[in-house]
Design a protein. Structure first.
Lengths: 222, 258
C-alpha cells in the first residue's frame, strides 16, 4: 500500500522543515526581542522604527516576502548570504531570512503584551537601584515578560512551523515541495496529503505540549 | 506660600544632604507640589505626614526622579539631580528607595534581589555580594528566607527584604514611600523596628508614613503637608502636642482621637 513512497526522501524533506523552523525561530526570537525593546524605548526614533517595521512587515503576505527574498534581494540586489553558487543553500538561507523577518513581528507583539503584564513597580524598583534602561529591560522586565507569554509564543512557533511550507515557493526542498512533487507523480492524493498533514502534527503537537508545561512551570508568582 | 507662614523649628542644618528649592509639579490641572522648600541634613530622619493626596508620596518620588518636576532645583550631596542617562542612574544608586508595594523582583530569589544591584551597578564580585546580602538579610531578620521567592514571603518579610536590597547599595539617603501602608497590622511593627534601628545607626531617612508612633519616636523632624504645600515643620514633640497651623490641628484631631 505504501510502495509509492519508494524513491522519495520524506524524512529528509521534514528534516529540512525542522531546520527551517528552528533557525527561523531563533532568528525571529532575537529580532523580535530587539523590536520589542525598540517599541518600549524612550527614544522616539527607535519607537518609530519599531512601530513602522511591525505594522508594515506583519501586513505583507508571507509568500510575497519569501518570493521577494529570492527575486528582490538575491536577483536584483545581489544578496546571496554567502552562497552565490550553491542554489540549495542560498534559497534555504533566504527563506530563513524571510521567515525570521516576518515572524519577528508576531514575536515582538506577543512580547510587548507580556511587558504590559509586568507591574510598573518592578521597573521603578530597578531604576531606583541605579540600573540603566537596557539593564532594567534585560534583567527585570523581559525575563518576566517572556514567562508570561510562553503561551502566545507557542502559537507563533506552531504557525511558523506550518509557514515554512511557503519556502516551497522559492524551491527549498522542504516537506510541502516534496508533497507537491509526489502528488504530481503518484495517484495517491489522499494518502500523500494525510502523510504530510500527520507529519506536521507530529512536529507541532509535542511543541505545544512541551511549551505549555514549561509555561506553567516558569510562570512568575506574584 | 511665603517663608513667614511656614513654622520652622527644625534642627539647624549643618551638613545638607538633600535640598529642594521652590519645587513645583503638576499632574494635569492639579498643582501637586507647590513651591516646596525642604532641606535634609546628613543623619537626619525626616517624617513626612499629611492627608491623602497632599503630595507627600510625589515629593518622595521626585528626590530620585521617579517623578520629574516642572520647576525648581533638587540637589543631593551638593550635586544637582541629573535629568537622565548614566548620571541619573549613578545618583539613584546612592539613594535607596523602599516602596509601599515592596516591588521585589518577582522572578528572582530573595538573595538574588539583594545581590543584583551590587553586581550590576556597583560591579562587586559575586562572592562578596552574596556575603553582604546574607549579612543584610540577617540584619533585617529574614536570613533564613534567602532562597525563597518573594511571593512565598509575608508582606512584612518582603518589605524587610526590600529594605535590605536598598541598603546593599550603601545609599547616602533612604526614601521610604509609605512602607507599612500595604501591610497587615501585625506585620507593621517588624518593619518599623528595622527602620528604627536604621535611624539609630545614623542613616539619613525621608519617611512618608501614617505611623504617628514612628514619627514620635524616630524622627528628628516632622514635615506636615497638605494640598501640595509644606504647612508645618517641627520637632515631633512640639508638632504632636502643640501644632501651630489649623490644618495640622484638624488633621491630628482626626487621627489621634480614636
Amino acid at each position: 500500500m505504501f510502495d509509492f513512497l519508494e524513491g522519495y526522501d520524506v524524512l529528509g524533506a521534514f528534516w529540512t522543515t525542522v531546520q527551517l523552523t528552528l533557525l527561523s525561530a531563533v532568528g525571529s526570537l532575537v529580532w523580535g526581542t530587539i523590536l520589542a525593546g525598540m517599541r518600549v524605548s524612550p527614544v522616539p526614533l527607535m519607537r518609530g522604527f519599531g512601530t513602522a517595521y511591525v505594522n508594515i512587515v506583519r501586513n505583507i503576505p508571507l509568500t510575497v516576502i519569501i518570493v521577494f527574498t529570492s527575486l528582490g534581494l538575491s536577483n536584483i540586489f545581489g544578496v546571496n548570504l554567502g552562497a552565490a553558487d550553491d542554489f540549495d543553500t542560498k534559497f534555504f538561507r533566504l527563506a530563513v531570512l524571510g521567515l525570521s523577518a516576518y515572524t519577528a513581528t508576531f514575536v515582538c507583539e506577543a512580547l510587548r503584551s507580556g511587558i504590559n503584564t509586568v507591574p510598573v513597580g518592578q521597573a521603578e524598583a530597578a531604576r531606583a537601584l541605579g540600573l540603566s534602561f537596557n539593564q532594567v529591560l534585560t534583567l527585570i522586565v523581559l525575563p518576566q515578560a517572556f514567562r508570561s507569554v510562553i503561551g502566545p509564543l507557542t502559537n507563533v512557533l506552531i504557525a511558523l512551523t506550518k509557514n515554512t511550507t511557503v519556502a516551497a515557493a522559492i524551491g527549498v526542498a522542504e516537506a510541502a515541495l516534496l508533497m507537491k512533487q509526489m502528488i504530481e507523480n503518484e495517484a495517491q492524493l489522499l494518502l500523500i496529503a494525510t502523510i504530510f498533514a500527520l507529519g506536521f502534527v507530529v512536529l507541532t503537537l509535542p511543541t505545544g505540549l512541551l511549551l505549555g508545561w514549561l509555561g506553567k512551570r516558569l510562570a512568575v508568582k506574584r | 506660600m511665603t517663608e513667614v507662614s511656614v513654622a520652622k523649628d527644625a534642627v539647624a542644618a549643618t551638613d545638607d544632604l538633600v535640598v529642594l528649592k521652590s519645587v513645583n509639579k503638576h499632574f494635569g490641572a492639579l498643582h501637586v507640589l507647590q513651591d516646596i522648600d525642604l532641606t535634609i541634613a546628613k543623619g537626619e530622619v525626616v517624617v513626612v505626614i499629611g492627608p491623602s493626596g497632599s503630595g507627600k508620596s510625589t515629593l518622595c518620588r521626585t528626590i530620585n526622579r521617579l517623578e520629574t518636576i516642572d520647576s525648581g532645583d533638587i540637589t543631593i550631596d551638593g550635586k544637582p539631580l541629573p535629568a537622565e542617562g548614566k548620571a541619573l542612574a549613578r545618583l539613584r544608586a546612592d539613594v535607596g528607595m523602599v516602596f509601599q508595594s515592596f516591588n521585589l523582583f518577582a522572578h528572582k530569589t530573595v538573595l538574588e534581589n539583594v545581590m543584583l544591584g551590587q553586581i550590576k551597578v556597583r560591579k562587586t564580585d559575586k562572592a562578596k555580594a552574596e556575603e553582604k546580602a546574607r549579612a543584610l538579610l540577617d540584619r533585617v531578620g529574614v536570613g533564613t528566607q534567602a532562597d525563597k521567592y518573594p511571593a512565598q514571603l509575608s508582606g512584612g518579610q518582603q518589605q524587610r527584604v526590600a529594605i535590605a536590597r536598598a541598603l546593599a547599595m550603601d545609599p547616602k539617603v533612604m526614601l521610604f514611600d509609605e512602607p507599612t501602608s500595604a501591610l497587615d497590622p501585625e506585620m507593621i511593627n517588624e518593619v518599623l523596628e528595622v527602620m528604627q534601628q536604621l535611624a539609630r545607626d545614623g542613616m539619613t531617612m525621608i519617611v512618608v508614613t501614617h505611623e504617628m508612633g514612628f514619627a514620635r519616636s524616630a524622627a528628628n523632624r516632622v514635615v506636615f503637608m497638605a494640598d501640595g504645600r509644606i504647612v508645618e515643620e517641627a520637632v515631633p514633640d512640639q508638632f504632636f502636642s502643640n501644632p501651630r497651623s489649623d490644618r495640622a490641628k484638624d488633621f491630628l484631631s482626626k487621627i489621634l482621637h480614636h
